[in-house]
Design a protein around this ligand. Structure first.
Ligand SMILES: Nc1nc2c(c(=O)[nH]1)N[C@H]1C(S)=C(S)[C@@H](COP(=O)(O)OP(=O)(O)OC[C@H]3O[C@@H](n4cnc5c(N)ncnc54)[C@H](O)[C@@H]3O)O[C@H]1N2
Ligand code: MOO
Length: 454
């Protein structure tokens, strides 16, 4: 890539072009864009890599918790249940409406008009009224129980009382001067009968689900508990506040990760900074009883990169050790105990985001029993430079029916993702302008339950 192109794309240190060229030299018959026969994705593979392909890494992360079985369902008060998944069907505990009710403000009438009007009206939430007799009407409010033997409700704008106090249907009614039997009465059980299944197991608890549950008589919901996540932010160079100075930089992941993990369905039980010290990391991980431990930094092979040695010491099973994705290729997933997984995110902030969507999202999705998002594609407005062997995740802004790739998408940069609606999945070799790319919505941009950061 030319220096000019590198500046334009903002990701010069991401592409490993030298490495790619070296590989091409080692394999003279192979040119960029060649496909390995039998590769289902049709992507060229980096020779001799033990890293997992991006789609396979996501699938593996989604399958990883299954061995431990589902967590026991819990009863959760409605006020705390938003974003959880139903572990039992929502079955109506009552008929809805639970009594015959007026759909409009007006008069409950009995038989054909004109009607004599009772003095006392019927309001919502009040005790039962005596039955109407034929030819009688009573003022009624929307939602009030209709008195026994009501045959219809006449809307206030369709009725008029004459000088003798008798009620008539006006010409404004449709058809004029007519009120039909049962009109504007919501009969008991119209929406459901007690015992009807309203929503199946596996339903995401959204605001209307909370409302439906309350209407149907529930105070608590039986739900899959939120998986608990502990976050350990590694690095002696990180500052919790103030300006960067003397080779020290601000910790960007401590503020970024907890709300994002919550949006993915987790309860964040701890966020701790851990220095570049193997023993401290060992103690932090082994003391954690969270379902998911998320570490940041220390995944590479530098002198203070302690994640691999500590996982070896714990005897953890490495399920994913590197992924063929840029940024974030040193990300890892390990089983640290029967019921505990560790997601090792690289320290470069956009690389950490890549690890979050590649490994943490599917893992938490399974643990929280959330449905997988429906995959979708949009055409890219501009070309995106590809990596020779790896999938790229590129921040994009959604503009109408196209995705606009954003600049400043290098692994150490958050400027692109901070303005993004989604990440575009760009296959090895890159994408042409107008080419369709799979998109991963960012939780807050999807308009879904991801808006729930509580
Ligand atoms: N010899 C090699 N070196 C590196 C490789 C490699 O393959 N061979 N991979 C590079 C890639 S790609 C990445 S990504 C990083 C991953 O490194 P680590 O996970 O070990 O992360 P650190 O070394 O601890 O940090 C990397 C970078 O990110 C900054 N950082 C760390 N934590 C934070 C934070 N919470 N907030 C903001 N910035 C953070 C840190 O200061 C470093 O600049 O390794 C490459 N090296
Ligand atoms: O390119 Mo690294 O994978 O920055 O994350």
């Amino acid at each position: 890539m030319s220096a000019r192109a590198a500046r334009h794309d903002g990701n010069a240190d991401d592409l490993d072009v030298e490495e790619a060229l070296a590989l091409v030299k080692e394999h003279p018959g192979r040119t960029r864009g060649d496909h390995t026969p039998g590769d289902p994705a049709g992507a060229p593979r980096r020779p001799h890599s033990h890293a997992t392909d991006w789609a396979e890494a996501r699938a593996l992360a989604a399958r990883a918790p299954r061995r431990a079985g589902r967590p026991d369902p819990v009863a959760v008060p409605l006020a705390s249940a938003l974003g959880l998944t139903l572990a039992a069907p929502l079955t109506a505990l009552t008929d809805l409406p639970s009594f015959d009710t007026s759909a409009m403000d007006g008069w409950a009438v009995s038989g054909p008009g004109p009607w004599s009007v009772r003095d006392e009206g019927v309001l919502a939430g009040h005790a039962a009224h005596p039955p109407l007799t034929d030819g009688e009407a009573v003022r009624i409010a929307t939602g009030a129980r209709t008195p026994p033997d009501t045959t219809a409700v006449l809307r206030s704008e369709h009725g008029r009382t004459d000088d003798k106090g008798r009620l008539h249907v006006t010409a404004a009614a449709r058809p004029p001067h007519t009120v039909s039997h049962g009109q504007d009465i919501r009969p008991r059980g119209q929406e459901c009968r007690s015992g009807d299944q309203l929503l199946p197991v596996g339903t995401l608890v959204t605001p209307p689900v909370l409302g439906m549950a309350a209407a149907a008589g529930y105070d608590t919901l039986t739900a899959v508990p939120r998986p608990r996540a502990d976050v350990f932010v590694l690095g002696d160079e990180l500052l919790g506040e103030g300006m960067p100075h003397d080779g020290l930089i601000r910790d960007a992941l401590g503020p970024l990760l907890p709300p994002w993990l919550r949006a993915l369905g987790a309860e964040v039980t701890a966020v701790r900074r851990v220095g570049d010290d193997e023993q401290a990391l060992f103690e932090a991980i082994t003391a954690s009883d969270a379902d998911v431990v998320v570490t940041t930094g220390g995944t590479a092979a530098g002198p203070v990169d302690h994640v691999h040695p500590v996982l070896r010491r714990i005897g953890a099973e490495l399920l994913v050790d590197g992924v063929n994705v840029r940024p974030g290729h040193p990300m890892l997933l390990a089983r640290t105990a029967e019921n505990q997984h560790l997601v090792g995110l690289p320290g470069n902030p956009l690389a950490a985001v890549s690890g979050l969507v590649t490994l943490a999202e599917p893992l938490l999705r399974t643990l929280a029993a959330r449905p997988a998002p429906e995959p979708y594609t949009l055409p890219l407005r501009d070309a995106v430079q590809g990596h020779p062997y790896d999938t790229r995740l590129v921040p994009v802004s959604l503009r109408g029916d196209r995705a606009l790739p954003l600049l400043y998408n290098g692994p150490a940069m958050l400027r692109g993702i901070a303005a993004a609606d989604a990440l575009a999945v760009v296959a090895p070799g890159g994408a042409r302008p107008g080419q369709e790319a799979e998109l991963l919505d960012l939780p807050w941009a999807s308009g879904g339950i991801g808006v729930c950061f509580t």
